[in-house]
Design a protein around this ligand. Sequence first.
Ligand code: MLT
Length: 398
Amino acid sequence: MVKFNENYLNIKQSYLFSEIAKRVNDFCEANPDKKVIRLGIGDVTQPLGKLVVEALHGAVDEMGKAETFRGYGPEQGYDFLRESIRDYYKRNGVDIDADEIFVSDGAKSDTGNITDMFSVDNTVLVPDPVYPVYVDTNIMNGRNIIYMDGTAENGFLPMPDDSVKADIIYLCSPNNPTGAVYTKAQLKEWVDYANKNGSIILFDSAYECFVSEPDLPRSIYSVEGAKSCCVEFCSLSKTAGFTGTRCGYTIVPKAIVKKASNGTEMSLNQMWNRRQTTKFNGVPYIVQRGAAAVFTVEGMAEAKAMINNYRKNAKLIADTMDEMGVKYTGGVNSPYIWFECPFGMYSWDFFDKMLNEIQVVGTPGAGFGKNGDNYFRLTSFNNYENTKEAMERFKTLF
Ligand code: MLT
């Protein structure tokens, strides 16, 4: 008889954002006359940029003509996109090779799929609170997870502890959900820890485009020594509004090489290439053309204009927190505002209160780990009018 993967018994029945969507849908069905404002999942609302749309249209036209039609593409991504991502990094002072870049349908899939590369007996170190995909995918594989506390005391930026031995370390900066950002010096400590212990850092930089303070790092590869121990994930979802269009990329340096138990050298870059060519057929050509437009100088300027609009929303939320005397982090180098639940409430209770009393959806901190139990996350990805209305309603809670 077939045996199911019983590790699934150890994860919550539904994924955090599916649970929220279900509760919101139930509320909307029961209250069709109420206007619900969604500041929950980090889903963008502004349309794709003009240059992206032009590139997409051009690619559709190519697919409609025999002489420019394309079938299967390279699983790793077309050279034109890998090279434009490489050039984007170069403009930001980071050198990576195009064949270290693997184009994918987004950082969520890749941060989950990368677990294929590692033996099940590795110990995984995860900050708490954190994006739930890292934890859930490792539980699905049956790996041992150690949590490191992200608290107001350490600015939600846990640092390495030499007494803890971890093989795989997840870092997310700017952080989802707290919006906290590691400095270069802090990341250097992590890179040194990983190189000393032979560990791997899985660095999620999906929110790098929100970094506004010039000294803060946007890529782990801006830190010396990172290429021998770090994999970086990034996505166009938040950079250029691709949550529905789907495109991201993962950088796997060729310098990450480890010896197998029989002495054979194993290259993570080659392994990931082998995995992707076997299990993935690549991102559609049309989407990759749209993505390449983002990485041009003009395309990035267009994306920045879009991000600036979200920044205005973030400021509005942060200003409201200040006005109401609520403690928070984020909002400056991040689209997220992470705050202590008012009235000392548990975050799922506060979620219900917000939904029932003011019809504003947020994300309960408990969904990101135990240190989030009494915290709440709002996103700046709705439009300005809705964000403003949500904040007016928020004030009425007090
Ligand atoms: C979030 O709200 O945390 C993100 O949108 C989730 C994601 O990017 O998958």
